[in-house]
Design a protein around this ligand. Structure first.
Ligand code: NDP
Length: 535
């Protein structure tokens, strides 16, 4: 069935302008792609990609290192643009976006060649004369479709992984963050990668849809569940793969034996960094009753103390929301929870004096929430932490798993064995103990979710493999004939029966199997040594 996606329009504006959520200032513009022209961008990349694919892995690794240096050379400039275009605090532009991608490039350069090299395959005992290996071929040209919340680190990582695997890339950044999206292509070009190997197509969802429908071999999509499902279906109907990194509703479980000050600080960061606009941000907290009062008190005090303001200031901890639409989603979810009986302990919508942009949502803490409230079921994607008190860790796990999402989860305890027991019971792609979501910045760790949170994995060796076709290459020295080839007779079946017992069976059955099978096995050996087919 063809997926029902937004119709592709061809009346797209020629220019896509970018405005800052801080003060509404126009930051610049990029050339917007007409959806009808996306295929030609893919075709252009397809001309360059075969040359890149032929480069030895060590050479591709050298380019990754150079790209890392290219980021370092424009670090402050990129950080400033990120903060102005997306609104995250200046420090987070370094810590959550730029520095992790420099480290990612180093990891790709160091670990990539080993992971992508041919791998010898061990053959079954009755095929020992054959030699086989797995070789990982690039897919060709792949598409990367990116969200606005981490407009640098998410697409940059996807593009770098695809390139290291030998692919060319067409990137579609979010229409809210086109300027920083464009800098990804520019950075690889600065690093000396062949011009045209990475192309950027700017525009709205129709451009993304055109990329999905183009001849790209695979789509790496990060975004909402709703759009992600449509993209996945559209890919499947064209027999192309997709990696879907979608939304989350991450739970934090605070055990009575947690290091409480640390859990409070971790909750503030995991819930409010990037103004809560993080797929793996903390969206639900389950705290054991014994420590609940102290925990809630600490989180409320901490949330009130976080500095909300101009993200360009070094000491701002929460900046504006990215758009009025996003602000409205957060506001309506909190209002709905309060109307249903929850208590808003702090936070709420706030104008930023002198900054006539989108405005902020001051870090909010909700208590008295119940599982059926919308705020406990839908993705908030804003700086709101709803806290539920539980009477046991079993109850906490049950509530945490009662969600359509399954991206990340965290367990806060000083008992490592307990954390591992709980981690195994949680439905999530990633479980962190005494921390939350940090591992997106460590690309040696796999990233991805279960349930509606997505399909496939980014980062680590799994992310590299997603950009390849696994080809089996097999060599047969051709000195003998396979014993399973024609002609068939009774001795073939009898010999195979005995072989199964001799090779894999119980020791006590082996002498009898050898006696029974000796004749058929000898006939089989003679057949193998005979060259041509003969009755
Ligand atoms: P969207 O799903 O709205 O958009 C994501 C990207 O898809 C954008 O570039 C968008 O373009 C494009 N797009 C929109 N419609 C289509 C279509 N029909 N076909 C192809 N592409 C399309 O997500 P947001 O940008 O709002 O990002 C927020 C979401 O992303 C949240 O749900 C969040 O949880 C999730 N996310 C998941 C992550 C993970 O690792 N699991 C990480 C980060 C975010 P346009 O910009 O024009 O709308």
């Amino acid at each position: 069935m063809e997926a029902a996606v937004k119709p592709v329009t061809s009346d797209a504006p020629a220019e896509l302008e970018s405005f800052s959520p801080i003060d509404g200032a126009r930051l610049g513009s990029v050339q917007a792609a007409d959806p009808a022209e996306v295929q030609s961008a893919v075709d252009d990349v397809a001309e360059v990609q075969p040359f890149w694919a032929q480069l030895p892995l060590a050479d591709r690794a050298r380019y990754m290192r150079r790209a890392g240096q290219a980021i370092i050379d424009q670090l402050d400039d990129l950080a400033t643009l990120l903060t102005r275009e997306q609104g995250k605090p200046r420090n987070e532009s370094y810590s959550m976006e730029l520095v992790p991608t420099i480290d990612a490039l180093r990891w790709l350069a160091e670990a990539g060649p080993g992971i992508l090299s041919d791998e010898r395959v061990a053959m079954p005992v009755f095929m020992k004369q054959k030699r086989s290996r797995h070789t990982l071929e690039p897919l060709g040209v792949v598409g990367v479709i990116a969200p606005w919340n981490y407009p640098w680190s998410i697409p940059f990582g996807e593009v770098a992984f695809a390139l290291m695997a030998g692919n060319g890339v067409v990137l579609k950044p979010s229409e809210l963050t086109p300027l920083i999206g464009q800098r990804i292509q520019d950075t690889f070009e600065r690093a000396g990668l062949p011009e045209g190997l990475v192309r950027t197509v700017h525009g709205d969802g129709a451009v993304g849809q055109a990329l999905v429908e183009s001849s790209v071999e695979k789509i790496f999509f990060t975004g909402s569940v709703e759009v992600g499902k449509r993209v996945g279906m559209a890919c499947a109907s064209r027999m192309k793969g997709s990696v879907l990194e979608l939304g989350g509703k991450d739970a934090m479980i605070v055990c009575a034996d947690a290091n409480l000050p640390n859990a409070i600080s971790g909750c503030l960061w995991g819930g409010f960094a990037n103004a809560g606009q993080t797929c793996a941000g903390i969206e639900r907290v389950y705290v054991e009753r014994e420590v609940a009062d102290r925990f809630v008190e600490g989180v409320v005090a901490g949330a009130k103390a976080l500095r909300v303001g101009d993200p360009r200031d070094w000491d701002t901890e929460v900046g504006p929301m990215v758009s009025t639409e996003q602000l409205e989603i957060v506001r309506s979810l909190v209002d709905d929870a309060v109307a249903a009986g929850a208590t808003l302990r702090c936070g709420g919508q706030r104008d930023l004096p002198g900054l006539p942009g989108v405005g902020a949502y001051a870090p909010a803490v909700l208590t008295g929430v119940t599982p059926e409230m919308r705020i406990m079921r839908e993705e908030i994607f804003g700086p709101v932490v709803p806290i539920t008190v539980v009477d046991s860790l079993g109850e906490a796990v049950e509530l945490a798993n009662d969600s359509e999402f399954g991206l990340g989860a965290s367990v806060w305890t000083t008992n490592r064995a307990k954390s591992e027991r709980l981690a195994r019971r949680l439905d999530a792609g990633m479980v962190w103990a005494n921390d939350h979501m940090y591992s997106h910045g460590a690309v040696s760790c796999a990233w991805g979710g279960v349930k509606d949170s997505g399909l496939g994995r980014s980062h680590a060796k799994f992310g590299l493999l997603e950009g390849t076709n696994v080809k089996l290459m097999s060599w047969e020295p051709s000195r003998t004939r396979n014993f399973w080839w024609h002609p068939y007779d009774e001795s073939l079946g009898r010999a195979l029966h005995s072989s199964a017992q001799l090779l894999y069976g119980r020791d006590s059955d082996k002498p009898a199997a050898l006696r029974r099978g000796a004749g058929p096995l000898l006939r089989l050996a003679r057949k193998s040594l005979r060259g041509a087919f003969r009755r």
